[in-house]
Design a protein around this ligand. Structure first.
Ligand SMILES: Cc1cc2nc3c(=O)[nH]c(=O)nc-3n(C[C@H](O)[C@H](O)[C@H](O)COP(=O)(O)O)c2cc1C
Length: 651
């Protein structure tokens, strides 16, 4: 039953009973009505207060904000009211039970303090009950003390076991950050995320270069380094629309929180001096960072050699608190998925401008963090991308390690890090170049793609995407949450799926594509798994009959944290990762988790890019119940983890 129905249920029952009594001409006297409605009032007030206190404790909300203070005063008054009136209620029911013949007027004359017997005890009991309910709510809200994910620095020493320890931590983190309906009762976030930080980072007082306006159509692009760079940065992180206080950006971002920051290591770009720069997204300019260019280059190249022809490096970071003040200990998932969307835009825009981008799968982020003077506890380096001339081959990252690379070691977890699990999981997925004696090899795990077996499968029609203007698409891109109720066509779905598995270099081969079809002409409703090699959809379970589609929509919506955009979609795309496949990443299993999340984001962004040409809208959805999501598309959580939803529908 919908939660609105649950909340209204007591009220509806009482009003219903009264209506029946009134209809039979036996409406209770005023006093009885007073008692009934007092009980209802108490129930609702205690429910409101209990939930309020639970969430204040659970979410580390400021306990003494104005509205909470009024709330506490109201609860106090309720308790006093209860102390005065509970005995009347109890007496009312007692008399009705023991002395059915007693005229109601006698009961109506009862006032507190007049009746003999155990009345003070009753009041005390009522007070105690209310206190216990509210205290219980507070205690449940504070459950993190015993359930917080604890990272023991000592447990991850010994270089040989570090990859195993890191994988164990990833498994713990993933479970810890999963949403489930009962999860809030089991634990609360372990980190105090404080107030939201500034949405943009700036370097006041530093030399600044204003960037030319980005090209908005591919036809406008000419041979100009400065404007190509300006276009590239704007199409990845620029402000494309201001709506009230929110500056919407070219790439989507969970909660419109935009944790991603971009930095530039200019090496040989016309019109941009070599050195380190920060992209000021709000002002669309570059801010020069302190530090002499040759020294920086030297520091960096100690751990990584730029590929031949590299003209610049783009360093992508996440300011964790931007996401954390809303998403808390699930934030690391969101910042990776957000960045994945932005990275795909970087790749397609570079391609559209005749450039190439090469994502560096394994690199030591410490020298970059140091060179950029980041506060590593608050802002983490997540990806390094080289900007290359268009003819440079961007190799498939999971298949061809670029060089006989240094062995990697993993940074140790830090006790007492202010961002708790976010810090721990970021460290676990980071790499440090290590001297030979500290080398650590990931355990080799089989990453074979499991064969698909299903009773029903459908061969998708050949449906090549019509070419579209990438720059124009990104300049106007927005998430769409409302869809027309019409069905979408099977060729449109086939084109969308083919676009998602575009043959481009990947960061991870672990991504698996599932979908729930609510309304696709020519495809039975239900959960399907996409097999790109054969262009087939394999059904999970039996196809759903038309009359059961509303129930399927309700189930999808429920799994998607009750979001309408999921229930209303024609198709819900569900992206999962194969656990064995990400654990087999050449840079280690924990780094594999980061790569898989980034890759999921990239695949999700391809939906945004392809959808408008097909007359479809898309909304990425990172908030879902993990257990219900797995059940919805029939994946076994021991083998696959669902990481991402996207609603798709005609607009
Ligand atoms: C990883 C990720 C997760 C998201 N999760 C949700 C979600 O759960 N619900 C939702 O309505 N929108 C979600 N969004 C969409 C964002 O809210 C949206 O991108 C943001 O508000 C900016 O709006 P725009 O995409 O129109 O520019 C998500 C976006 C991303 C990239």
């Amino acid at each position: 039953m919908d939660k609105i129905a649950w909340v209204l249920l007591p009220l509806v029952v009482v009003v219903g009973v009264l209506a029946v009594l009134a209809w039979r001409g036996r409406l209770p006297p005023r006093h009885t009505l007073n008692v009934w409605f007092s009980l209802l009032l108490m129930l609702y007030l205690l429910g409101t207060a209990g939930l309020g206190i639970f969430w204040v404790a659970n979410q580390h909300l400021p306990v003494f904000d104005w509205h909470y203070l009024f709330g506490y005063a109201t609860v106090l008054l309720l308790c006093v009211h209860l102390a005065f009136n509970l005995r009347i209620v109890v007496q009312h029911f007692r008399r009705r039970r023991r002395e059915p013949g007693v005229p109601r007027a006698v009961v109506a004359g009862v006032v507190p303090g007049v009746l003999p017997g155990r009345r003070p005890a009753i009041s005390a009991l009522g007070l105690l009950g209310a206190g216990a309910a509210l205290g219980g709510a507070f205690w449940l809200g504070l459950r993190h003390g015993r359930t917080e994910l604890r990272i023991e620095a000592g447990s991850a020493t010994g270089s040989a076991s570090r990859h195993d320890t890191a994988l164990a931590l990833i498994e713990q983190f993933h479970e810890f950050s999963a949403h489930s309906r009962l999860g809030v009762f089991r634990r609360a976030p372990g980190t105090d995320w404080g107030d939201p930080p500034a949405p943009f980072k700036t370097y006041p007082g530093r030399p600044r270069v204003a960037l030319p306006a980005a090209w908005r159509r591919e036809a406008d692009a000419t041979a100009s380094d400065g404007q190509a760079l300006a276009t590239l940065l704007w199409m990845v992180a620029g402000v494309s629309e201001q709506r009230g206080p929110i500056a919407f950006r070219t790439s989507p971002s969970s909660g419109a929180l935009f944790s991603t920051e971009l930095y530039l290591h200019a090496m040989s770009l016309d019109g941009i001096a070599p050195g380190l720069w920060h992209y000021d997204a709000r002002g669309h300019g570059l801010e020069s960072l302190p530090g002499a260019a040759p020294t920086i280059a030297q520091t960096i190249t100690q751990t990584i050699a730029p590929p031949p022809g590299a003209r610049a490096a783009i360093i992508a970071t996440a300011v964790f608190r931007r996401s954390g003040h809303k998403y808390r200990d699930r934030s690391y998932r969101y910042v990776l998925a957000d960045l994945g969307h932005a990275l795909e835009n970087l790749r397609v825009v570079a391609q559209a401008l005749g450039l190439a981008v090469r994502f560096e799968a394994a690199f030591d982020d410490a020298p970059w963090s140091h060179a950029l003077a980041l506060d590593a506890a608050e802002e983490g380096v997540l990806m390094l991308a080289w900007l290359l001339p268009g003819d440079a081959q961007a190799t498939a990252l999971t298949e061809a390690p670029r060089e006989a690379h240094p062995r990697w070691t993993l940074p140790l977890p830090q006790d007492g890090a202010p961002l708790g699990v976010t810090d721990a999981v970021h460290r676990a997925t980071s790499l440090r170049s290590a001297p030979d004696d500290a080398q650590s090899k990931p355990t080799s795990v089989s990453a074979a793609v499991s064969p698909m077996a299903s009773r029903h499968s459908v061969l998708l029609p050949q449906a090549p995407m019509a070419p579209f203007d990438v720059l124009a698409t990104l300049a106007t891109r927005r998430s769409q949450r409302r869809y027309r109720r019409d069905a979408m066509s099977l060729p449109a779905l086939a084109a969308l799926l083919a676009a998602m598995v575009a043959p481009v270099p990947v960061l991870s081969g672990a991504v698996r594509i599932h979908l729930v079809a609510h309304a696709v002409t020519g495809l039975a409703a239900g959960a399907w798994r996409y097999e790109s090699a054969t262009q087939r959809l394999h059904a999970h379970g039996e196809p759903i009959a038309d009359r059961d589609v509303p129930a399927l929509r309700r189930r999808s919506r429920a799994a998607g944290l009750d979001q309408d955009t999921i229930g209303d979609a024609a198709v819900v795309v569900v992206l999962a990762i194969d656990r064995a496949a990400f654990a087999a990443d050449p840079a280690g299993p924990a780094r594999g988790y980061r790569h898989a999340f980034l890759e999921v984001g990239r695949v999700g962004e391809r939906l945004y890019l392809a959808a408008p040409t097909l007359g479809l809208g898309v909304c990425a959805v990172g908030a879902f119940y993990d257990d219900e999501a797995a059940a919805l598309v029939g994946v076994d959580p021991a083998k696959e983890w669902v990481l991402h939803f996207a609603s798709v529908g005609p607009v």
